[in-house]
Write a protein that binds this ligand. Sequence first.
Ligand code: ACO
Length: 152
Amino acid sequence: MVQGFSIRKIEPRDYLGVIAALNELTSVGTVDIEEFSRVIEYWKSCTVQDDIPVYNPYVVVDDATNDVAATGNLIIEQKLIHNCALCGHIEDIAVSAKFQGKKLGKFLIDYLTDTGLKAGCYKVILDCDEKNVKFYEKCGYSKAGVEMQIRE
Ligand code: ACO
């Protein structure tokens, strides 16, 4: 934990803060609060192996102001291979500009990784730009494979 900050699941009241943080990562587009809330409800409805949440969207919050400082998601995939193993995917990590460099990104990644491993994931993986490789190495991750895509 970073002193003065807490971590919890995303709630509809985090709308503005989460959108602002995600704009550090990429274009969010026009998502209104109704759509935001609907996606959160959908995420909540998805489980694997009875009661393990598929989507684990979190916010790191400034205790003094309740501002959203960072956000990220852990998606738990049910596989067939390795005896129907679970695999964690870390997605959409973003720390708001004014909160960057305070170890909140590392705290968030450590928390999501731990959440995945405790849920029984045999590995937790992520894709990132080359410029963020050092950051993820500091979080204990190492390069494995090559990301490929088809994009429209
Ligand atoms: N390159 C090299 N080192 C870095 C970088 C970087 N880009 N970012 C952080 N670090 C280092 C820090 O210096 C620190 O090192 P130290 O422990 O030796 O002092 C360590 O990594 C931890 O840094 P934090 O303070 O936790 O980093 P921060 O809170 O700023 O979060 C992040 C890093 C998530 C990359 C943030 O800058 C950000 O949100 N950037 C914009 C959006 C983005 O690129 N998100 C990642 C997308 S990848 C995905 O979603 C899977």
